[in-house]
Design a protein around this ligand. Sequence first.
Ligand SMILES: [Zn+2]
Length: 179
Amino acid sequence: MNPQQALSLKDLQTRYPYQFNEPELGIAMAKGWVVVFAQLCADVDQVLGQDKRGFHWSQVKEKFGSARFYFQFEGRKPDLRLDIQMPGGVLSQVVPFERRIRTDRDRSFEQVNTEIGRLALRAEVATKHVCLVCGKEASQDVGTGYVLVLCPEHQAQRQQPEGLPPFWETLRENKDGEV
Ligand SMILES: [Zn+2]
């Protein structure tokens, strides 16, 4: 599948089922992020290669108007993510849970973990510039106080009485496996 052709979260789940296995805290993706997220899923799949290592997204959400992509490897403690709101923007830092590297397998895991972390941060930065609703080039809109990243058209629509169309797609596991 060409990432550009992915239209929904459901398409991504169908293409990479293992990546959407048990998202503990759920996945909330803006429609406008689909191209960025599809590219991220494809890149992650490539970095993992044959051994998927129990990789899955643990949470995808919006923070300060752009995306946060949190992932986990089964049986491994996730790295700690810190988001600090600074006057000039948000500073994101990854604090590795384990720094001791003992075996070749640990070393190769560390490489994969670091590479995926880098890809996720890059995708997060990309979502700072795409409209949450439609994916077009956008900038931060403070509107009534809550920061959203919107294109000029959707910034204008936000001011209208009808407001913005629904633009969240969510995924949460339940007992039936339904989403
Ligand atoms: Zn838009």
